[in-house]
Design a protein around this ligand. Structure first.
Ligand code: ZN
Length: 316
């Protein structure tokens, strides 16, 4: 395994967690004087890579003060407990609805095992233990956190998930957006305009809230976003416009799915076709094909997005 540790700004290091594919899921290490903080933990399997990033930057695990989890989805939160065990002075920061599952992950883990099966769960996520509630701090919408010379701002951003926070770092004019400002992969930006897209994965997609969250992120005045999947995107006005258009498209697909009156496997197939068609169209407009490595990388997102839309349509 190789790691890709890129300094975006001298104080923020991008760590490639090697989850699913290279450049698919990131964790970010923020260095603030003699302190450090992680934003996103990916899974337990990524923790050695995160520890290695500390070492490469001449930091001891004891210097990690915060471990920030944007939301509870396991490719964001799955490594939090193990990382906190390795970094004894770190406090995990999360939304109220996420914090309870970090402290006691049993329900979350059992739910995921039901979806994936035990073997696949272990392969993807590894061991996830609970943690003493005193190591976890709940962050509120609008709450500010002093971190050395920085003042980080936590922003509640529903739309992808109901337990999602973004973190504004005025020092780098950047926002750690988790999955609230879309997903985008370097492989999709081969000389073409940036392609970032909303995740409608089960079960928290809400178009109105998603639009609100994009506007909240823009309102910070930031000039860049640090996407968990994957990397730094600038030109926020343009990317926000793209995202808002795509959220409308996802809402339209949801409405089409509801109008179809389909149920069960038929409904799932309908959603998968619509979402696949959406991706093919957007890729083609950028001179790319839904094929080869691009198909491999996007397949999971397309299936998850279709599943999320089908679940919502089925509730209507
Ligand atoms: Zn997510």
């Amino acid at each position: 395994m190789t790691t890709l540790n890129n300094a975006i700004h001298e104080s923020i290091i991008t760590i490639d967690c090697n989850y699913m594919f290279p450049q698919f899921a990131a964790s970010y290490l923020m260095i603030e004087g003699d302190r450090a903080a992680f934003f996103e933990t990916n899974t337990s399997h990524a923790v050695p890579l995160l520890m290695n990033a500390l070492k490469e930057n001449h930091l001891e695990p004891e210097q990690v003060e915060y471990i920030v989890v944007t939301h509870i989805h396991l490719d964001h939160s799955g490594g939090a407990t193990l990382l906190a065990q390795m970094c004894p002075n770190a406090t995990i920061l999360a939304h109220d609805k996420a914090a309870r599952h970090i402290i006691d992950p049993e329900k979350l883990v059992n739910g995921a095992i039901q979806v994936y099966g035990e073997a696949e769960f272990q392969r993807l996520y590894g061991q996830i233990d609970g943690i003493n509630a005193q190591r976890v701090r709940i962050m509120e919408d609008g709450e500010k956190l002093r971190f050395g010379s920085r003042e980080l701002e936590f922003i509640y951003t529903a739309g992808h998930a109901w337990h999602h926070l973004c973190i504004h770092d005025p020092a780098t004019r950047g926002v750690f957006t988790g999955d609230s400002f879309g997903l985008g992969y370097p492989i999709l930006n081969q000389g073409s305009p940036a392609f970032i897209f909303p995740s409608t994965s089960p079960i928290g997609f809400d178009a109105d809230e998603a639009r609100k969250s994009i506007k909240k992120i823009l309102k910070t005045g930031a000039k860049q976003v640090y996407l968990t999947h994957f990397g730094t995107y600038t030109d926020l006005e343009k990317n926000a416009e793209t995202m808002l258009g795509f959220i409308d498209d996802m809402e339209q697909i949801l409405n089409n799915a509801i109008d179809s009156k389909l149920t069960g496997a038929g409904l799932e197939m309908f959603c998968l076709d619509e979402i696949t068609w959406f991706f093919e169209k957007e890729l083609n407009e950028r001179g790319l094909e839904y094929d080869g490595l691009i198909k491999d990388v996007l397949k999971t997102d397309i299936e998850l997005n279709a599943k999320g839309i089908a679940l919502l349509a089925g509730q209507n």
